[in-house]
Write a protein that binds this ligand. Structure first.
Ligand SMILES: CSC[C@H]1O[C@H](OP(=O)(O)O)[C@H](O)[C@@H]1O
Ligand SMILES: Nc1ncnc2[nH]cnc12
Length: 298
C-alpha cells in the first residue's frame, strides 16, 4: 500500500494535539510556523501551530478557536480532523474539560483517560464521507495504544489518573438537568462533556490513533451543588491546564512513531468501504483521496 505522506518528506507532522477549554496554546515549544489550512469542509477552528518538541514535529489546534469563538455544537470537527490529516498527523492527543459523575473522580485534582463514549449529540455532521458508504468499527473509540501512552505520562507527572471511564457527550451548550445527570450516573458513566463526539468518530474515519486526557472541573449537578458553578469550573480548569502542559511535554517524546504501520488505527478503513470501487465517482475519489485513495487505487 502506498505511503500517503511520501510527498511531505521531512515536512510531515506525525503528532497532533487538540486543546480544549482553557488550552488555546502550548507553551515551551520551538515554533516553526502558524499554518492556515483549508479543507473540503472549510477552515479549521484556528490556524495550526506547527512546532518541535525534542526534535519531533507537532501540530497544535485549539478546538474552540484561539479566543473560544466556537461552542461545542459549532466546532468545525470535520475540518479540524481533515486539516491535521493533511499535515500528516497520525498520533492525536486531545484535551477536554469535563464534569465528574463519580465521587472518586475529584475535580481540579484528578485526570481521567476515558475508554468509552455514549454519544447524545444530535446536531453535528458526524461522518467525513459523502456518496461513499464507510462503516468503521468504533467499539473502542479511544485507541488502547494512545491511551496507555497518555496514562503513563499523567502518572509520571505525578497526577492521580483514572484508567478508563465512560464519557457521555451531550449537545449543550446548556449544562445538564438534574434528571439527566442522575440518568447518566445510572448508565454507569464517569464523565460528562460536549466535544468527544464526533471528534473520536472522525479520527477513526481518518485512520488516526486517538485518545483524550479528560480534566474534571466540577461534579456536574448530581452532587452537592444544584448548578454548575462557572467560577469553580474556571478555577479548576486553570489548575488542570497547568498540570496538563507538563503531561503533554512527556507524551510527545514517548510516542512510538515507528509503530504507526503496525497500529490497527492506520488501516481502520481497510474493510469499512462498502460502496463498490467502480461506483465511487471521480469527484468523490478526488475529495477523499487522502484517506480512501490507498484502498481504491491500489
Ligand atoms: C467551559 S466548560 C464547557 C465546555 O468545556 C468542554 O469543552 P472541551 O471538551 O473542548 O474542553 C465541554 O465539552 C464544553 O464544551
Ligand atoms: N458539567 C459539565 N457538563 C458538560 N460539559 C462540561 N465541561 C465541564 N464541565 C461540564
Amino acid at each position: 500500500m502506498s505511503d500517503i505522506y511520501s510527498h511531505l518528506g521531512d515536512e510531515r507532522v506525525p503528532i497532533g494535539v487538540i486543546g480544549g477549554s482553557g488550552l488555546y496554546e502550548m507553551d515551551g515549544l520551538e515554533i516553526i510556523e502558524e499554518r492556515e489550512v483549508d479543507t473540503p469542509f472549510g477552515k479549521p477552528s484556528a490556524p495550526i501551530t506547527i512546532a518541535k518538541v525534542e526534535g519531533r514535529r507537532v501540530a497544535f489546534l485549539p478546538r474552540h478557536g484561539q479566543h473560544h469563538e466556537y461552542v461545542a455544537s459549532t466546532v468545525p470537527y470535520r475540518a479540524n480532523i481533515w486539516a491535521l490529516k493533511e499535515l500528516g498527523v497520525f498520533w492525536l492527543v486531545t484535551v477536554s474539560a469535563v464534569g465528574s459523575l463519580k465521587e472518586e473522580i475529584v475535580p481540579g485534582e484528578h485526570f481521567v483517560i476515558p475508554d468509552q463514549i455514549i454519544d447524545k449529540t444530535y446536531r453535528r455532521p458526524n461522518t467525513l464521507y459523502k456518496d461513499v458508504a464507510v462503516h468503521v468499527g468504533l467499539s473502542y473509540p479511544f485507541h488502547p495504544m494512545m491511551r496507555e501512552i497518555v496514562l503513563g505520562a499523567c502518572r509520571d507527572e505525578g497526577i492521580e489518573t483514572h484508567d478508563g471511564g465512560t464519557y457521555v457527550c451531550m449537545e449543550g451548550p446548556a449544562f445538564s438537568t438534574k434528571a439527566e445527570s442522575e440518568l447518566h450516573r445510572q448508565w454507569g458513566a464517569s464523565l460528562i462533556g460536549m466535544t468527544a463526539m464526533p471528534e473520536a468518530r472522525l479520527a477513526r474515519e481518518a485512520e488516526m490513533c486517538y485518545a483524550t486526557i479528560a480534566l474534571p472541573t466540577d461534579y456536574d449537578v448530581w452532587y452537592e451543588s444544584d448548578h454548575v458553578d462557572i467560577g469553580e469550573v474556571m478555577a479548576n480548569m486553570k489548575r488542570n491546564i497547568s498540570n496538563v502542559r507538563g503531561v503533554l511535554r512527556r507524551v510527545i517524546p514517548s510516542i512510538p512513531l515507528e509503530q504507526e504501520a503496525d497500529c490497527d488505527a492506520s488501516h481502520a478503513l481497510q474493510y469499512a468501504i462498502v460502496t463498490h470501487p467502480e461506483a465511487i465517482s471521480e469527484s468523490s475519489l478526488e475529495q477523499f483521496r487522502l484517506t480512501l485513495g490507498k484502498y481504491i487505487e491500489s
